[in-house]
Design a protein around this ligand. Structure first.
Ligand code: ATP
Length: 195
C-alpha cells in the first residue's frame, strides 16, 4: 500500500487538507496525536523516558507528568532532541502497526508537522507539502489557539522553513486562502490512484 506523507508548517492547514482526503475515503494517520498516545501506551518508550529523565516522568497511576517533562525540554534543545529521539521511533512503530490494520485502501496518508525534521518521510513513498504564507499562518494560529504572535513565531522557528520543506516534497498544495483546495486534493487523489 502506498504511504503518502503530508506536512506543512504551523497553521498551514495540513490537518484541514487531510480531512478533505478523509472525505474521499482515504485513511489518515495523525502523527502528532499518535505521539501523545505512545507516551502512555508504548512500554519501550515509557521505559526509555524513565531511564532518560527519571521515574518522576510518570505519576504512580501511569499517566504522564507533562509539567515535569515540559520543564526539562522547554528552551533546552539538547533535552528536546533526546525526547524526540525516543518519541519518534515509537510513533514510527505505531504507524507501522496502524498501516497493517488498514484494509481496502489504495493509499494512506501520514500527517505530521515534523515529517522532514523527524526523518519520518523516509517511511513514505511520496510527500505533500501544504503551503501558506507566514502572515496567514500566524493569524490562523492566533485565532485558533489564542497564542501571541511571538509564541507562534517561536514555534515556527523550530520547524524547517517552507522553502526547505517544499524542496524536499514531491507535491505541493497551496492553502493560502485564495487558491481553492478541493480541486488540488482531487487532482492529487486521481494521480495517487494511478500510481
Ligand atoms: P498545526 O501544525 O498548528 O496543528 P495545521 O497545519 O494542522 O496546524 P490546521 O489546524 O488545519 O493547520 O489549520 C489552522 C487553522 O486555520 C484552523 O483553525 C483551520 O480551521 C484554519 N484554516 C485552515 N485552512 C484554512 C483556509 N483555507 N481558510 C480559512 N481557514 C483555514
Amino acid at each position: 500500500m502506498l504511504k503518502i506523507g503530508i506536512t506543512g508548517n504551523i497553521g498551514s492547514g495540513k490537518t484541514t487538507v487531510s480531512k478533505v482526503f478523509e472525505t474521499l475515503g482515504i485513511p489518515v494517520f495523525y502523527a502528532d496525536d499518535a505521539a501523545k498516545a505512545v507516551m502512555v501506551n508504548d512500554p519501550i518508550l515509557i521505559d526509555g523516558i524513565k531511564k532518560t529523565f527519571g521515574d518522576e516522568s510518570y505519576f504512580p497511576d501511569g499517566s504522564l507528568n507533562r509539567k515535569y517533562i515540559a520543564g526539562i525540554v522547554f528552551n533546552n534543545d539538547t533535552e528536546l532532541a533526546k525526547l524526540n529521539g525516543l518519541v519518534h521511533p515509537a510513533t514510527f512503530r505505531a504507524f507501522d502497526s496502524w498501516v497493517k490494520n488498514v484494509k481496502n485502501a489504495h493509499y494512506v496518508l501520514k500527517e505530521a508537522a515534523l515529517l522532514f525534521e523527524s526523518d519520518s518521510y523516509k517511511m513514505c513513498d511520496y510527500t505533500i507539502m501544504v503551503q501558506a504564507p507566514l502572515e496567514v499562518r500566524i493569524n490562523r494560529v492566533i485565532k485558533r489557539d489564542g497564542l501571541t504572535r511571538a509564541e507562534v513565531e517561536s514555534r515556527n522557528a523550530h520547524q524547517f522553513t517552507e522553502e526547505k520543506k517544499t524542496s524536499l516534497a514531491d507535491y505541493v498544495i497551496k492553502n493560502d486562502g485564495a487558491e481553492l483546495v478541493i480541486p488540488q486534493v482531487l487532482a492529487l487523489h486521481q494521480k495517487f490512484l494511478l500510481l
